[in-house]
Design a protein. Structure first.
Length: 137
């Protein structure tokens, strides 16, 4: 709905202006990323650690209207940490799922471990049919 999209964009603005600010390299390329996504089925973003791949791009994609964005990472503690970044701002857009726990997995933005996604892909039919964007970190 329009109200939900406005809330997501508000979340993006909060993240970019108050918390992350312009110091993260990826923030100046978000418009280019949107244009690339409109023209391509797959986009690879290659930038260094700490540039905003896991913290800026995923909620931006939710704000663009992608229904389900899943972000994978190798470490359980980082999956939980990234997911909880958005709770700090009162925006209930994210959740997480790791081997021994999960929270808010029906939200638009889900962080999960690489291993869990691999297991789902092997043992669950059509697991990728429920994902609009997959971000592999």
């Amino acid at each position: 709905t329009d109200k939900a999209l406005k809330r997501y964009f508000k979340s993006i603005n909060i993240l970019l202006t108050i918390y992350y600010g312009p110091q993260l390299p990826i923030t100046s390329h978000l418009q280019n990323l949107r244009d690339l996504l409109n023209k391509n089925d797959a986009v690879m973003v290659k930038v260094g650690t700490g540039s905003g791949k896991s913290t800026v791009i995923p909620p931006y994609l939710v704000g663009l209207g992608y229904g389900k964005v899943v972000v994978t990472h190798q470490e359980d503690f980082l999956v939980v940490k990234f997911s909880k970044e958005y709770v700090r701002f009162g925006e209930g857009i994210s959740g997480y799922e790791v081997g021994d726990g999960k929270q808010d997995v029906n939200n638009s933005l889900i962080y999960m471990t690489d291993g869990l996604l691999k297991m789902r892909a092997i043992y669950t039919e059509k697991v990728f049919d429920r994902i609009d964007v997959l971000v592999i970190d």
